[in-house]
Design a protein around this ligand. Structure first.
Ligand code: GDP
Length: 297
């Protein structure tokens, strides 16, 4: 299924009810607004976000009056589009680079969300922007994670710094950064250990790694398939360790859209990048306007 497919169809129900009306009124938008509300909830957008969204769209719709050459249903589509863009943060949120380098980008996230894959994709993405990169394997709980990073590093032509599983992650990270400085590497990307759920030892470890590195970017990798839960995770990690943004993975799956639509509003932190596939090329900036365009079909 196409991502947002169900949401797009749900919203179409709303516009269709406004065919033939002369002007948007409180009365004639009532039912379409209920359709919009239902479509967003079914897409797994969190309730407070849906409430604010619907309120803002209704206020604008009722106040919008007649616009020459624009049908009222199209007028509502435009209002929803602009409000969706705003909801997702408006502008693209660019990655920040430290001057002088190296820039440290710390990746965090629960197990299985695609963190290790993102690590390599990000290195590949930055390499294409002309930056030299190094990846640091600070996930010491799964030896397989280090192997996986080595294989991916080879695939994208980016060196991997690893010290096995017997050294503390914060120490590995520190040594990796020293190595990167020696080699005048532009960006150091640090892969950390995930857990199945948030727990104190993971958060403590991340805090320690963060303290050792003073990273410019702390990016939480979240899985789009988890809907509004992704937004809740971004909030929790931000409160606990302080993050600069999120990377949303698995947008190529049949996620309903709740994560893309909720993260910024719920957590205050932007989605900076999205992963939409298993190939190394499948990572790109998060464009709120393009995303809104896709939602509206
Ligand atoms: P980690 O435990 O967070 O490090 O997760 P991995 O990087 O090992 O990824 C878990 C699985 O998700 C792997 O099978 C990846 O190939 C897959 N994966 C990661 N990102 C994406 C994505 O954007 N789309 C799809 N379809 N699969 C992905």
């Amino acid at each position: 299924a196409e991502m947002f497919g169900q949401l797009t169809t749900g919203l179409e129900t709303a516009w269709n009810k406004l065919r033939g009306v002369d002007v948007l009124t409180k009365e004639n938008i009532a039912e379409p607004m209920r359709d919009i509300r239902r479509a967003l909830l079914e897409a797994d957008v969190s309730l407070p976000v849906v409430r604010r969204f619907v309120q803002s769209v209704s206020d604008q719709a009722v106040g919008s009056g007649l616009i020459r050459g624009v049908r009222p249903d199209q007028q509502l589509v435009k209002i929803v589009h602009d409000e969706l863009v705003k909801l997702m943060g408006g502008e693209v949120s660019e990655l920040v680079f430290a001057k002088p380098g190296p820039t440290v980008m710390l990746l965090a996230g629960l197990q299985g969300v695609g963190k290790t894959t993102v690590c390599a994709k990000l290195a590949f993405y930055l390499k294409k922007l002309g930056k030299s990169c190094m990846m640091v394997a600070a996930d010491v709980y799964r030896p397989a994670a280090i192997d996986q990073l080595n294989i991916l590093g080879e695939k994208v032509g980016v060196p991997v710094y690893a010290e096995g599983t017997d050294v503390k992650p914060s120490e590995i990270a520190k040594h990796g950064l020293q190595e990167a400085k020696k080699k005048s590497i532009d960006v150091v990307i640090v892969d950390t250990a995930g857990r199945l759920q948030i727990d104190k030892s993971m958060m403590d470890e991340l805090k320690e790694v963060k303290k050792a590195l003073n990273p410019t970017e702390v990016l939480l990798v979240v899985d789009a398939m988890t809907g509004q839960e992704a937004a809740a995770l971004v909030t929790a990690f931000n409160i606990e360790i302080g993050i600069t943004g999120a990377i949303l993975t698995k947008l190529d799956g049949d996620s309903r859209g709740g994560a893309a639509l909720s993260v910024k509003e719920v957590s205050g932190k932007p989605i900076k990048l999205v992963g939409r596939g298993e190939r190394m090329e499948d990572l790109e900036p998060f464009y709120p306007d393009r995303m809104a365009g896709r939602v509206l079909g």
